[in-house]
Design a protein around this ligand. Sequence first.
Ligand SMILES: *[C@@H]1O[C@H](CO)[C@@H](O)[C@H](O)[C@H]1NC(C)=O
Ligand SMILES: *[C@@H]1O[C@H](CO)[C@@H](O)[C@H](O)[C@H]1NC(C)=O
Ligand SMILES: *[C@@H]1O[C@H](CO)[C@@H](O)[C@H](O)[C@H]1NC(C)=O
Ligand SMILES: *[C@@H]1O[C@H](CO)[C@@H](O)[C@H](O)[C@H]1NC(C)=O
Ligand SMILES: *[C@@H]1O[C@H](CO)[C@@H](O)[C@H](O)[C@H]1NC(C)=O
Ligand SMILES: *[C@@H]1O[C@H](CO)[C@@H](O)[C@H](O)[C@H]1NC(C)=O
Ligand SMILES: *[C@@H]1O[C@H](CO)[C@@H](O)[C@H](O)[C@H]1NC(C)=O
Ligand SMILES: *[C@@H]1O[C@H](CO)[C@@H](O)[C@H](O)[C@H]1NC(C)=O
Ligand SMILES: *[C@@H]1O[C@H](CO)[C@@H](O)[C@H](O)[C@H]1NC(C)=O
Ligand SMILES: *[C@@H]1O[C@H](CO)[C@@H](O)[C@H](O)[C@H]1NC(C)=O
Ligand SMILES: *[C@@H]1O[C@H](CO)[C@@H](O)[C@H](O)[C@H]1NC(C)=O
Ligand SMILES: *[C@@H]1O[C@H](CO)[C@@H](O)[C@H](O)[C@H]1NC(C)=O
Length: 613
Amino acid sequence: MGILVFFYSLVCLLLIVSESFSSSSVMMHHVCSPTEAFALLHFKQSFQISDQPICWDETDLQYERYFDIPKTKSWNESRDCCSWDGITCDMLTGHVIGLDLSCSRLNGTIHLNSSLFQLYHLRTLNLAYNDFYSSSIPHNIGRLTNLRHLNLSYSLFEGEIPTEISYLSNLVSLELDCDECELDEKTFETMLQNFTNLEVVSLYGVNISSPLPVNISSSSLRYVDLGHTNLGGVLTESFFLLPHLEKLYLYENDLLKGVLPKIHPSNTLLELDISYTGISGELPDSIGTLSSLNILVMYGCQLSGRIPDSVGNLTQIRYLDFGNNHFTGHIPSTISKLKQLTFLGLSSNSFSGEIPDIFSNLQELRYLYLRNNSFIGSFPSTIVSLTQLQRSYLSSNSLSGQLPNNMSMLQKLTLLDLSYNSLNGTIPSSVFGLPLLSSLSLQHNQFSGLDDEFKTNPTFKHLDLSHNQLSGSLLQSLSNLTNLSTLVLSSNNITVDAGIQITFPSLEDLLLSSCELKDFPYFLTNVKKLQQCGTSDLSHVPQPLESEDESYFFRGFTWESVVIGYSCGLVAGTVVWSLMFKYRKPEWFVEFFEGIYPKKMRRSMKRAQRRRT
Ligand SMILES: *[C@@H]1O[C@H](CO)[C@@H](O)[C@H](O)[C@H]1NC(C)=O
Ligand SMILES: *[C@@H]1O[C@H](CO)[C@@H](O)[C@H](O)[C@H]1NC(C)=O
Ligand SMILES: *[C@@H]1O[C@H](CO)[C@@H](O)[C@H](O)[C@H]1NC(C)=O
Ligand SMILES: *[C@@H]1O[C@H](CO)[C@@H](O)[C@H](O)[C@H]1NC(C)=O
Ligand SMILES: *[C@@H]1O[C@H](CO)[C@@H](O)[C@H](O)[C@H]1NC(C)=O
Ligand SMILES: *[C@@H]1O[C@H](CO)[C@@H](O)[C@H](O)[C@H]1NC(C)=O
Ligand SMILES: *[C@@H]1O[C@H](CO)[C@@H](O)[C@H](O)[C@H]1NC(C)=O
Ligand SMILES: *[C@@H]1O[C@H](CO)[C@@H](O)[C@H](O)[C@H]1NC(C)=O
Ligand SMILES: *[C@@H]1O[C@H](CO)[C@@H](O)[C@H](O)[C@H]1NC(C)=O
Ligand SMILES: *[C@@H]1O[C@H](CO)[C@@H](O)[C@H](O)[C@H]1NC(C)=O
Ligand SMILES: *[C@@H]1O[C@H](CO)[C@@H](O)[C@H](O)[C@H]1NC(C)=O
Ligand SMILES: *[C@@H]1O[C@H](CO)[C@@H](O)[C@H](O)[C@H]1NC(C)=O
C-alpha cells in the first residue's frame, strides 16, 4: 500500500490500520502532513474573522438571512487537518488538494509570502466572498500549477490580475468576478487559447479593455461570463461554434459591436445574454435553431428589423427580452408556441399593428412588458386567460376600445399598467376584485365611467385614474378599496361632495388637481398618514433618479404622477422623494428575486459593499 510511505508516526499507522480492518470506510480517513497542517494554520492566522457577513440569501428582502460560516474557527491542531472544515485531502497520499473557504468571513491580505503558496498539491481553491481588503491577487498564485478550480470571485481584490495566472493551464474553472480588477489583454487571450480543459470562465466586472478574442481554442468551454468587462471589438462566430457552450453572458459591454452571427444547428446554448451591448443589425432567421435555449436577453442593444417567425421554434424558452431596441413590424404570431415563457419583454421598440392574440397557450407567463411601442387596436382579449400573470405593462401605446369585462381569471396579477393609451368605456369592476392586484394605472386614457359596486379589496394600494373622462361623485364607489395609499384622480370631471361619508385610513398620497372641489373634502380629516396632496399640476416635473440597476428591472409603472403636485395646504407637505424609493425598491427587487432570471450573487455583493461604505 502506497499509504505506508507517508506515515510519520506509529500511532497513526496503528490508528489507520485498525480502522481499515474495522470498517469499510478506510478511505474516509487521511493523515495530513504536518507541513501542510502548519501552512494551513499559518494561513488561518493571517486573517481576522470579520463580524460582518457577506453571503446573503437573495430571496430575503429584509437582509437578515446570511449563510457565511467562519470555517477556520473550528480548525483544531489536535485533529487531523484532513477533517477540518473546508479541507479536502487526497485519499491515497493525504495531501491537501482542496481548500474551500468561500463565505468564511476572512478579513486581511494574502501576502506574497503567504503559506497558502506552500500547498502545491491544491487542485481546488475557493476563497470567494471574503474581504481581502482591496489587496491585489499575489503573483505567486502562478505556482499552484496543479489547480483545476480557482474561485476568487467577489472577495474585494483590487488591481491587476497577475500575468502568472496564465501558468495555471490545467484549470477547468476560473472565477475571478471582481469590480475593481484589471486583466491585460495578452493574459486573457492566453487563457482562452492555452487552457485546453477550461469549462468555466467568469470574469464579471474585470476591466479587460480588449477586443473580444477571435481565436478560442478552449473548446471545452461550457460557461462564459464576460459581463461588464469593457470588452470591445466585434462579436464573431467564435463563441457560437464552441461545441459544448451552454451559457454565454456578454452583457454590459457597450463597446462590443457587430451583428449576431448565423447560428448552426449543432448549437448547445441554454442561456444567452448580450444586453447593453452595441450589437446591432437584424436577428438572423437561424435564431430559431437555438432549440434548447431557456434564456435570451437582448435588452438595450441596437437591434433592428423584424422579429423572425422562426423565434417560435425556441420552444424551451422561459425568459425572452428584446426590450429597448429598434425592432419594427408586428409581433410574430409564432410566439404563441412558446409555452414555457414566464417573461416576455418587447418594451421600448417600434413595434406596430395589433397585438395578436397569442396568449391563450402561454399559461406560464408571469411578466409581460409591451410598453412604449406603437401598438394599435384593442386590448388583446386572450391576456385575461393568463392565470399566472403577475405584472403587465402595456402603457404608452395606442390601444383603443373597451377593456374586456371578465378579468377575474387574473388571480395572480399584482400590477397592471395601461396608462397612455386611448382606452374608453367603463372600467370593469372585475379589475378591482382581483385578489392580489395592488397597483393599477389607467391614467391618460378616455375612460368615462366606473362600475359603481365592487367588493371590499384590502390588497389594493395604488390607483391612478388621472387624465380620463370620469365624471360624477365616484369616490363613494372607491370606498371599498380600504387600504388605498395612493389615489390620483387629477384631470377628470369628478365632484367631491363635502359631506361624503368615506375614509381611506392608509392614504398617503392624494392628487385631485383639476377636480371640482366644491368644498373642503372632509373625508380627509380622518387620514392620518397623508404626506402630500395636490390640487394643481406642476409645470416643472422633477425626473426620478434612475440608477442603471434599477431601471433594468423597473420598466413600467411611473410614479411621476404620484410625486407631482403641490401641497394643497391641508398638510404641510413638499414632494416626498423618499416615497419613490420606498416603492421603487421593492418593485424591481421582487421582480429580480422571483427567480425568473437567476443571476449570481453579484448584486447582493454590490449592495453589501454599498451598505458598508
Ligand atoms: C475588514 O477589516 C477592515 C480593517 O479593519 C475593515 O475596515 C473592514 O470593514 C473589514 N471587513 C469586514 C467585512 O468586516
Ligand atoms: C481541540 O480539540 C481538543 C480535543 O478534542 C479540545 O480539548 C479543544 O478544546 C479543541 N480546541 C478548539 C479550539 O476547538
Ligand atoms: C465559486 O464560489 C461560489 C461561492 O461559494 C459558488 O457559488 C460558485 O458556485 C463557485 N464556483 C464554482 C465553479 O464552483
Ligand atoms: C510577509 O510579508 C508581509 C508584507 O510583505 C510582512 O508584513 C510579514 O511580516 C511577512 N510574514 C512573514 C511570516 O514573513
Ligand atoms: C501557450 O501555448 C503555447 C503553445 O502551446 C506556448 O508556446 C506558450 O508558451 C503558452 N503560453 C503561456 C503563457 O503559457
Ligand atoms: C479600464 O482600463 C482602461 C485601459 O486600461 C482604462 O482606460 C479605463 O479607464 C478602465 N475603465 C475603468 C472603468 O476602470
Ligand atoms: C487565429 O488563428 C489562426 C490560425 O489558428 C491564425 O491564422 C490567425 O492569425 C489567428 N487570429 C488572431 C486574431 O489571432
Ligand atoms: C422554424 O420556424 C420556421 C418559421 O416558423 C419554420 O418554417 C421552420 O420549419 C421551423 N424549423 C424547425 C426546425 O422547426
Ligand atoms: C420609449 O422607446 C424609445 C425607443 O423606441 C426610447 O428612446 C425611449 O427612451 C422610451 N421611453 C421610455 C420612457 O422608456
Ligand atoms: C370607444 O372608442 C371607439 C373607437 O376607438 C368608439 O368606436 C367607441 O364608440 C368608443 N366607446 C365609447 C363608450 O366611448
Ligand atoms: C362594498 O363591498 C361590500 C361587500 O364586500 C358590498 O356589500 C358593498 O355594496 C360594497 N360597496 C360599494 C360602494 O361598492
Ligand atoms: C362635469 O360634470 C358636470 C356634472 O357633474 C357637468 O355639468 C359638466 O358639464 C361637466 N364638465 C365637463 C367639462 O365635462
